[in-house]
Write a protein that binds this ligand. Structure first.
Ligand code: PAF
Length: 285
């Protein structure tokens, strides 16, 4: 496995890899890898001939009050896991390699509408940072395929839109959310939870499942009769709910019935830790 930290030194090993192997499948990450990332890497291996992974904690997608400085950085363990997973090349750029003049001055890519709802509303500028770094990584790596997790469903839809709008010749594939046995979606931020918060956290997924079942059983709505009590129950259990909303899948418009394919999205905080999850629901036809 080749590890490249200098973005200027990437072209030669990438060209060699492309000649030797063929189609490049890419998994961008912020490191601190868990089984969710490794499942995306396995999917990338099955989809392409060579796998490239990036590890970069992207300052542009963190607001000033967020956890950029404390975000877990575990490079040695990450590289061991990627070596074991059969990854061909890992890109580990530093801030200067991606944002030579700093991220605050950098041109940003904004995907309107999809990027303004849900987490885009609660974390202004977040998806501009995500799109900008993903676009830059795509330019550096030149992948044929890129794999993103469905845990960050809004991010996945935004990246797909950016790729379509900017006519990037990249096949965006998605991998299912990986969960702990009790249902909690795997996330690097789960390690911030105290023992009591960790015990409570799976309630998010259980709530999504029970609401999802009820919404599918009463597709005509109104969805608020199912979602409002569920939001109150989460609050009562100790969550601070940023949103629990039924949205149409392709446009992310708020909807009140199940006429179209939808997803129920949740973001909720336990203490200082913000957790997100979602469940995709198929319309009754
Ligand atoms: O999902 C993530 O880990 C990040 O948002 C990504 C796509 C690597 C961009 O920094």
């Amino acid at each position: 496995m080749i590890v490249v930290s200098d973005t200027a030194a990437l072209e030669q090993p990438l060209t060699a890899l492309r000649h030797r192997a063929g189609r490049i499948a890419f998994v961008p990450t912020m490191g601190n890898l868990h089984d969710g990332h490794l499942a995306l890497v396995r999917q990338a291996r099955a989809a392409g001939d060579a796998v490239v992974v990036s590890i970069f904690v992207n300052p542009m997608q963190f607001a000033a009050h967020e956890d950029l400085d404390t975000y877990p950085r575990t490079l040695d363990d990450d590289l061991s896991a990627l070596r074991e997973a059969g990854v061909d090349l890992v890109l580990t750029p530093d801030k200067e390699g991606i944002y030579p003049d700093g991220s605050a001055q950098h041109t940003a890519i904004h995907v309107p509408v999809l990027g303004d709802a849900l987490c885009g509303k609660d974390r202004p500028g977040h998806f501009d940072g995500v799109c900008t770094v993903v676009y830059k990584l795509f330019q550096l790596v030149g992948p044929d395929i890129a794999v993103f997790g469905e845990k960050d469903l809004q991010q996945l839809l935004i990246i797909k839109k950016m790729v379509a709008d900017l006519s990037l010749p990249i096949d965006i594939q998605s991998g299912p959310t990986q969960r702990s046995e009790d249902g909690l979606a795997l996330s690097s931020r789960n390690q911030y939870l105290s023992a009591s918060e960790r015990a409570l956290a799976p309630l998010l997924w259980h709530t999504l499942q029970s609401c999802g079942m009820a919404l599918t059983e009463t597709p005509e709505g109104p969805s608020a009769s199912i979602i409002d009590p569920a939001r109150e129950a989460l609050e009562h259990a100790g969550f601070t709910v940023d949103y629990l909303e039924l949205r149409e899948m392709s446009t992310l418009q708020l909807v009140d019935n199940m006429d179209q394919d939808c997803a129920l999205f949740v973001a909720a905080r336990l203490g200082n830790t913000r957790l997100i999850d979602n469940i995709q629901l198929t319309a009754s036809r």
